[in-house]
Write a protein that binds this ligand. Structure first.
Ligand SMILES: Nc1nc2c(c(=O)[nH]1)N[C@@H](CN(C=O)c1ccc(C(=O)N[C@@H](CCC(=O)O)C(=O)O)cc1)CN2
Ligand SMILES: NCC(=O)N[C@@H]1O[C@H](COP(=O)([O-])[O-])[C@@H](O)[C@H]1O
Length: 248
């Protein structure tokens, strides 16, 4: 079976659309089986539905209901529960961890504009479940981690601090945007360029990088699973040989 993919979004979903279009054109070496959004109003949900892809939402503010911004400890606990429930949703298809019949567990998760930090309460269970998670970030490795990276890179370029911006696809680890890069694409920063013009160039590069970077990981996952199949075939043959030699 084709490598199964879940895409995490929070907004417009133009990068999700790039993945959907690539799959439709036979240029994605996997199958997008679900999209999960951290926002109920994300246009990316409409994009997924129109492509016939199952959608779910997982909303942090619903966990914060009944608490205020000043209740720091309570909100921290609620956020941890949000993360634990997200791990269950991804692995079992339900936030309570009860396996859902016919749920297709993803082999790969792609953060395509998912705007929430994933704690170890998510990442550790995913790793134990053998699920790979990658992220699209509109900056070069080690530069402008976190949010508003495009604005920050453009401003640094205008101030003459840097001459290069970029886009990367990287593995997701607890340290935000510090996972090993899978694909890096550089962009020259231009002094006479508006933020909007730079942003347009970044998004155009993102829509190529998200497909290219996802395919790089999909290739390694397919190689890994075929190796696993071969080793289980060898084990089966060896067990047959050991049984036949015992009979002789
Ligand atoms: N543990 C990790 N989680 C996430 C990573 C990662 O590399 N490791 N990548 C991000 C995506 N991302 C940048 O590429 C990113 C998104 C959001 C934030 C952030 O600070 N979020 C705040 C909320 C911000 C807001 O609401 O505007 C938060 O989570 O509290 C940082 C980096 C996905 N997650
Ligand atoms: N730190 C993460 C981050 O900034 N991600 C950014 O969110 C946008 C999502 O756009 P989309 O919803 O149209 O795909 C993209 O520009 C992506 O680089």
């Amino acid at each position: 079976m084709s490598v199964t993919i879940t895409v995490l979004i929070s907004g417009s979903g133009t990068n999700l659309q790039a993945l959907i279009d690539a799959e439709k054109a036979g240029k994605l070496d996997g199958t997008i089986t679900q999209v999960i959004s951290s926002s109920e109003t994300a246009f990316g949900l409409k994009r997924a539905s129109e492509a016939g892809i199952a959608t779910k939402t997982h909303i942090l503010k619903n966990y914060y209901k009944g608490t205020t911004k000043d209740q720091i400890a309570e909100r921290k606990a609620k956020r941890e529960q949000f993360n634990k429930d997200l791990a269950n949703l991804l692995i079992y298809g339900s936030t309570d961890g009860e396996p859902v019949k016919d749920y297709i567990k993803p082999q790969l998760i792609v953060c395509a504009g998912w705007m929430l930090i994933l704690s170890p309460a998510v990442l550790t269970p995913l790793e134990k479940a053998g699920i790979t998670i990658i992220n699209l970030h509109p900056a070069l490795p080690g530069a402008f981690d976190g949010t508003h990276a495009i604005d920050r890179a453009w401003k640094a370029g205008q101030d003459g601090e840097i001459t290069k911006g970029g886009v990367m696809i990287h593995r997701v680890i607890a340290e935000v945007d510090r996972g090993s890069p899978i694909l890096v694409k550089e962009l020259d920063l231009k002094k006479d360029e508006t933020l909007e013009q730079y942003e347009d160039r970044v998004h155009a590069v993102e829509h190529v990088a998200i497909v290219e970077g996802t395919n790089i990981i999909l290739k390694t996952l397919k190689e890994k699973s075929s190796l696993k199949e071969k080793s289980s075939d060898v084990e089966e043959e060896l067990s047959k040989l050991s049984i036949s030699s015992e009979k002789e």
